[in-house]
Write a protein that binds this ligand. Structure first.
Ligand SMILES: Nc1ncnc2c1ncn2[C@@H]1O[C@H](COP(=O)(O)OP(=O)(O)OP(=O)(O)O)[C@@H](O)[C@H]1O
Ligand SMILES: [Mg+2]
Length: 281
């Protein structure tokens, strides 16, 4: 569905995206994790034809980016990192504007608006001016807008940033429902739990390159499924070690003679381990 080959985006001397290769199958829910400045937004912007590529290729459903921009754009729905709704227009007007941009027929558009307002639980707000919505409602409207023209691929750049825990879970529920409908989804996030809960495939990006890619389960397995946290009260430090067997963790804990906690490894541990390894290179 998505094929990225040797992709580069340069800003002067900096390769924000640096010879990146990536393949994402149809129906995959792909999460892109990485530190600030890793190149996530730059990659999403190139995939949505907002930023021209410096070199390399992006194919969406067999169509090459920069070849036929309107065809590519009709295949992609984008939820950008920053809110870019028309704040003085109503919820419904925002969706209608998008539909017109994509030259949707009026009847198809009306049906789609109704479906998406129901789906995002915004039907009762359809006549409200967008600037009066809460942050969570604005995010949901951005998702509805991105889905208006029935894209094959949905790209979301930090879809739940700035949301409280409850609103974030509502957005996750929406995304889970999309996953069940077989849409291909690519999201970037700093909420590692979000990637762990939603994504079938996770890629770690650093300095413009994908450094690790696998299912959340396999990434965790690679680190070791059992985490041992040891607290050194004298030095005020915590050290975390990873094992495949609980017994191994227990033996290590005994040998260190420190206070400890044994728990399942999570994706955040893997992320920190990979990030530290890169910093230490
Ligand atoms: N228009 C631009 N001009 C110059 N440099 C840019 C531009 N856009 C991005 N960059 C640089 O490219 C690199 C990648 O930026 P990008 O926004 O893609 O990171 P990100 O992974 O999305 O980070 P964050 O997690 O903070 O959103 C950064 O070093 C950034 O400063
Ligand atoms: Mg970004």
């Amino acid at each position: 569905m998505i094929q990225i080959e040797d992709l580069v985006k340069s800003y002067g001397d900096l390769n924000a995206v640096d010879h990146l290769n990536l393949a994402i199958d149809q129906g995959e829910f792909f999460g892109l994790l990485g530190p600030n400045g890793a190149g996530k937004t730059t990659l999403i912007r190139m995939m949505s034809a907002l930023t021209p590529v410096t070199s390399g290729n992006i194919f969406i459903d067999g169509v090459r980016m920069n070849r036929d921009e309107s065809e590519i754009k009709s295949k992609i729905g984008l939820v950008p990192q920053h809110i870019n709704l028309e704040l003085e227009l109503t919820v419904e007007e925002n969706l209608r504007l998008h539909g017109k941009l994509f030259k949707m027929e009026k009847e198809v558009m009306n049906k789609r608006i109704k479906e998406l307002l129901d789906f995002t639980d915004l039907y009762e707000k359809k006549n409200v001016i967008v600037k009066k919505l809460s942050g969570g409602m604005k995010r949901k409207l951005m998702i509805a807008r991105a889905l208006m023209h029935d894209p094959d691929v949905l790209l979301l750049d930090e879809p739940s940033v700035g949301l409280d825990a409850l609103s974030r879970r509502k957005v996750w529920d929406l995304l889970k429902a999309l996953k069940q409908n077989g849409l291909t989804v690519v999201l970037t996030t700093h909420y590692i739990e979000e990637a762990e809960k939603l994504c079938s495939l996770v890629g770690f990006i650093d300095k413009g390159k994908i450094v690790s890619i696998d299912s959340p389960e396999n990434l965790i397995k690679q680190s070791g499924e059992v985490a041992l946290e040891c607290f050194d009260e004298q030095n005020g430090t915590t050290e975390t070690y990873f094992f495949h067997q609980r017994q191994e963790a227990l033996e290590k804990a005994k040998s260190l003679k420190l206070n400890f906690n044994i728990r399942p490894t999570n994706l955040e541990d893997t992320f920190i381990m990979l990030a530290n390894r890169r910093v230490g290179e």
